[in-house]
Design a protein around this ligand. Structure first.
Ligand code: GDP
Ligand code: IMO
Ligand code: MG
Length: 456
């Protein structure tokens, strides 16, 4: 017998829910398109978001903080965004920082002012900030540094965080002592008392922490007033955006699947959910409103910071990828570790995110290679494992099985359509696509906006 449920079964239900249960999907309002990192970050999300933002009405960040560094190159000008959604470049769209983001106010205004000097005028008028977003304080950033020093001393290694205070701020949020935008804009005496308590708590945990509390409060009050005109109830703002007239809404993921606090290479991860669930919890929107989910991956793999990296190439290939790809962290200036494309992690990222299509960036960096390898499976003790190992000791020990492809040895940077690509490059792309089981919608062949081949 098939299970069916009707309003008649619940006599006390005065408002029969059957209409709701049978509601067709297109009744649910506008859909949001989500762009997510599918590797360890820096895949080129900024570039993909910029491409889509030119026709979006609203571009939202839903998690992370200014640990992110997203590069956008337009008309030869290079912008790097950390807290501002990359869509802020588009003067016709609104940008939103959702409740799931952690905001360092000095960082936000510094970033805005720096971009203003580059010609990005009027950004404050195009930015909406959720009143539920948590605040990163200067002392959170100092504590981030102290924790890294302690990890190094205790375990002989640290995480290699960006020291932007991300971990300590999400810890404050989870321990329910954090302070939010709405607190800063509410009763300032109350905010100050809670701020003093929070500093004291951290000082009792980290006696070396020095903080000029009164000076920080004075600055915070000023930042709060500058922020006030941008602040809205984020949930209601999104509700109206979803249920008003048709709108194109984009969500810009920060960090990436393998840095996700739940699904990443824990503990060498960041402190938020960088996978698709983060779009719902970080903006307060229902899963039914999620439309396309685009995963962004380089045509090879990079990682900043510490942690397992099965396809890493600590040899001439790794060095070539690092130098040709200018693989240097946008936020920290650290050299990125480089290796072959790892399809095991892309399949894992797809299991979690359900990508509807992939953007494969930086194909041009592979142009000079004689042969190109792709990791297709992991073996543990000689046996293939069908899943991505949770345990880092296991991940450190996996043997990677590779497929080898001949290099195309031709410049792809001027290619603008599929047919402009050498047959061997097409072959590489098709293999990746088939192996992940997700169509590749874009192929990146250069930094700037126009260097993107759209496949469909
Ligand atoms: P994000 O954090 O995912 O937005 O990526 P980042 O901006 O940190 O790093 C990506 C880097 O690759 C930036 O310097 C981009 O300008 C650059 N980039 C993106 N796509 C391409 C591409 O297709 N080819 C080349 N050569 N560079 C690219
Ligand atoms: P985008 O959005 C690359 C890494 C850090 C470190 C770990 C934890 O530009 O792709 P955190 O400061 O978040 O506590 O650091 O996560 N990390 C990133 N690596 N790109 C990023 O963002 C990153 N955000 C965090 O290097 O290893
Ligand atoms: Mg980046």
């Amino acid at each position: 017998m098939s299970f069916s449920w009707s309003a008649k079964d619940h006599k006390s239900y005065s408002n029969p829910p059957s209409a709701g249960l049978k509601r067709p999907r297109n009744d649910t309002g506008n859909k949001v398109t989500v762009v997510l990192g599918a590797q360890w970050g820096d895949e080129g999300k900024g570039k993909v978001v910029d491409l889509l933002a030119t026709e979006s009405d609203l571009v939202c960040r839903c998690q992370g903080g200014n640990n992110a560094g997203h590069t956008v190159v337009v008309d030869g000008k290079e912008y790097d965004f950390h807290l501002l959604p990359s869509g802020i470049i588009n003067t016709k769209s609104i940008s939103l920082i959702g409740n799931g983001v952690v905001i360092h106010l000095p960082g936000l205004f510094e970033e805005g002012d720096k971009n203003d000097k580059k010609g990005l005028k009027g950004w404050e008028k195009r930015l909406i900030v959720s009143d539920r977003a948590h605040l990163v304080f200067d002392f959170h950033q100092v504590v981030d540094g102290i924790q890294e020093t302690q990890r190094q001393a205790q375990e002989g290694k640290n995480i290699g965080t960006t020291k932007k205070g991300i971990g300590p701020t999400y810890s404050s949020k989870a321990s329910r002592t954090g302070l939010r935008v709405c607190d800063l804009l509410g009763d300032f005496n109350d905010f100050s008392a809670r701020f003093r308590n929070l500093v004291q708590q951290y000082q009792s945990m980290y006696p070396s922490l020095i903080a000029d509390v009164e000076a920080q409060l004075k600055k915070l009050k000023e930042y709060g007033e500058r922020l006030r005109p941008m602040v809205r109830d984020g949930v209601y703002y999104m509700y109206e955006a979803l249920h008003g007239p048709p709108k194109k809404i984009l969500v810009e993921g920060a960090n990436a699947a393998l840095l996700d606090i739940d699904f990443g290479t824990y503990p060498f991860v960041t402190s938020s959910n960088c996978t698709v669930g983060g779009a719902c919890t970080g903006l307060g929107i229902p899963p039914l409103n999620i439309g396309d989910v685009f995963g962004v991956s380089k045509a090879y793999t990079t990682r900043v910071g510490i942690g397992a990296f099965p396809t890493e190439q600590l040899n001439a290939v790794g060095e070539l990828l690092q130098t040709r790809g200018h693989e240097v962290g946008v936020t920290t200036g650290r050299k990125r570790r480089c290796g072959w494309l790892d399809l095991v992690i892309l399949r894992y990222a797809h299991m979690i995110n359900g990508f509807t299509a992939i953007a494969l960036t930086k194909l041009d960096i592979l142009d000079v290679l004689d042969e190109i390898k792709v990791g297709v499976a992991y073996k543990v003790n000689g046996k293939r494992v069908p899943h991505f190992p949770a345990n880092m000791e296991v991940l450190h020990k996996v043997d990677v099985e590779y497929e080898t492809f001949p290099g195309w040895k031709a410049d792809t940077s001027a290619a603008r359509k599929w047919n402009d690509l050498p047959a061997k490059a097409q072959n590489y792309i098709r293999f990746v696509e088939n192996h992940i089981g997700v169509p590749i919608k874009w192929v990146g062949v250069g930094k700037s906006r126009e260097c993107m081949i759209q496949m469909f």
